[in-house]
Design a protein around this ligand. Structure first.
Ligand code: ZN
Length: 218
């Protein structure tokens, strides 16, 4: 510190960051975002930690992540980055857009081992939160409008790239199978030696028919 005045301001800002983190008041985020920009690495570290503590009390996730992510990735002070990574983790799915950068950081060797470790832990938790959010989402069948559970949704998207409930999924499979069988009957080509072959296009369709068969035991 250059003078007693600076030292006093530094101590006040430090205490303020700690107090705001303990306040359980989501509105304290605004002031903490400002403290996160202070020239003192010590204050930035405490502000990052405090922002993490407010995540459970309804602090604005998008705003918190916007402030924390650049610190987590680029702060010149390694410990400040570590605290920002830990804080970022507490905001879960709000940090989804940063997953790629966190993966890069986790994979990159660092002279401070705890940085890649903290980045990997953050990425893991954020991924789990994103998956949980996807599982909780309300989805309806495009055909019948019925609620679609997550496993139904996943299977249907994999095969048809559309949201169908299991019943409509099965019906669509059967329809497809019948259509393919019909097409195959009409389009089989007799070769010169008398054997029947299918065109390439029909062979590709067999992939879909096979996946339907796995489910329907046809
Ligand atoms: Zn349906």
């Amino acid at each position: 510190m250059n003078s007693n005045m600076d030292n006093q301001q530094h101590q006040e800002a430090r205490q303020r960051a700690v107090a705001l983190g303990r306040s359980q008041d989501p509105a304290a985020l605004t002031e903490l975002v400002q403290l996160l920009k202070m020239p003192s690495a010590d204050i930035r570290r405490l502000a990052a930690s405090a922002i993490g503590k407010l995540s459970g009390f309804g602090a604005d996730g998008a705003k918190a992540v916007e402030a924390l992510a650049p610190v987590a990735l680029h702060d010149p002070h390694p410990q400040t980055r570590q605290y920002a990574l830990k804080a970022l983790k507490t905001y879960g799915a709000y940090a989804e857009a940063w997953l790629g950068k966190l993966d890069d950081l986790a994979a990159r060797p660092n002279h401070k081992d705890y940085i890649p470790v903290a980045a990997a832990a953050a990425a893991r938790t954020i991924r789990e939160a994103v998956q949980h959010r996807e599982q909780q989402k309300e989805r309806v069948c495009l055909k019948c409008g019925k609620h679609v559970a997550y496993d139904e949704f996943e299977r249907s998207m994999r095969l048809f790239q559309r949201i169908y409930c299991d019943k409509c999924f099965d019906e669509t499979c059967v329809k497809r199978r019948n259509w393919e069988t019909g097409v195959e009957d009409k389009k089989n080509i007799r070769t010169v030696d008398g054997t029947l072959v299918q065109s390439d296009g029909e062979k590709k369709d067999c992939r879909l028919a096979g996946a339907c068969r796995d489910r329907l035991s046809l």
